[in-house]
Every structure is written in structure tokens, then in C-alpha cells.
Design a protein around this ligand. Sequence first.
Ligand SMILES: Cc1cc2nc3c(=O)[nH]c(=O)nc-3n(C[C@H](O)[C@H](O)[C@H](O)COP(=O)(O)O)c2cc1C
Length: 205
Amino acid sequence: MTQTFSPQELGPRETYALLITCVIPRPIAWVSTCSPEGVPNLAPFSFFNAGGANPPSVMFSATNFRDGRPKDTLVNVRQTGEFVVNIVPYTLAERMNLTAHEYEYGLSEFEKAGLTPLASQQVRPPRVAESPIQMECRLFQIVPHGEGPVSANYVIGEVLCFHIAEYLLKDDKLVDNTISDHIGRLGESWYCRVVPEAMFWMPRP
Ligand SMILES: Cc1cc2nc3c(=O)[nH]c(=O)nc-3n(C[C@H](O)[C@H](O)[C@H](O)COP(=O)(O)O)c2cc1C
């Protein structure tokens, strides 16, 4: 037996709550941007993934607020065309969570969460110095889908360069996922960790 739900009968909030318990685990893009005046902004986005490698591209979706307003990250990306995706290991989970607070526009989440802005090489938004994986990105396209509360704005970016902490790097220029301890987001307030006891190795046939 199954039960079937339509988004129309659930409404946007319940649909969102159901969707994020179904599509798991979601990686987290900790996205730094800046305003045209150079004021930095930082926020987590778990509607996030990579889409191709030639050129390398990533996407995240900044949904609209309940009143239909866009998030500061989206405002900044629209205006400047640049962002940095920082990856969140378990050790930074609580500070990442602090940066999800809705501070007024122009207030830096770096300061609020005690994080260090580090100058990027090819874009204006700073990186999160404490994050061991940082990807500098240039906007390719923004694709809005829907209108009103929790409607999507897919931000697609090209990765211009990767910065990887040496302790994570294996000889073959890959990140060692057995020690990276990335966190992922599940439904409600659940998260998961990428740790060896939850991993298995399966080569393609
Ligand atoms: C782990 C986590 C994942 C999140 N994922 C998203 C997401 O994918 N899309 C989104 O619009 N908001 C997401 N949020 C909420 C935003 O981070 C939050 O609205 C933030 O205040 C936006 O900041 P900004 O206005 O500075 O861009 C997430 C929050 C957390 C804690």
C-alpha cells in the first residue's frame, strides 16, 4: 500500500517538509558572496550538487522567502555574478548553522559565526578560511522555477578553481573521503556524517 500526495493539496510548506525527507542525503554548499560594495555574506544551501566537469559546474537553489522576497545570496549573485562554494566538515557544523540565521542585508555572517574571510584568487567574494574545500565560481545562469514561498532559483556556476587542504589530499589529486567527514542534510533537523562506518566500496561492473 502507498499513499499519494499532490503538492496542490499539501501546500508549499508541507511539500517542502516532505521533499526534504525524501531527497537525502543532500550535500551542503556554504556559499559566500558579496554585495557590489564588497560586504561579504555567507549562507548554507543543501539544494546543491555538481552537474558536469567540462567545464566543472555546480548548482544550488536559493528559494524565495515566505513573502516571495529573494535571499541575500541570490541578490548578491544577481548583481555580481560571482560566488564561492565552501564545504562543511562536521567540525564546522554549528558555525554553519549560525550562518543560516536571517540577518539583515549588509550584516556579515562571517563575523557573527567567528569565521575568517580569506581573499579568493579569481572572484571578489571571500572564501571561508576554516573550510578545507573551497570552489571559486562564476555565474553561468539563474533559472527561476515558480513564484512565491519556497519557489526555486537555480543558480548554476562554473568552478574556476578548487582549493583543497593538504591534509585531505591523496597522491592522485583526489579528496580522501574516508577522512573528509563532510556533513549532509536530511529531513527535519537531521544531518548525517560521511564516515567510514557508513560507507561501502562498489566498483562499476
Ligand atoms: C543546512 C541548511 C541548508 C539550507 N539549505 C537551503 C537551500 O538549499 N535553499 C535555501 O534557499 N535556503 C536554505 N537554507 C536556509 C538559508 O541558509 C537561510 O535562509 C539563510 O538565512 C539565507 O541567507 P541569505 O539571505 O544571507 O542568503 C538552509 C539552511 C541550513 C541550515
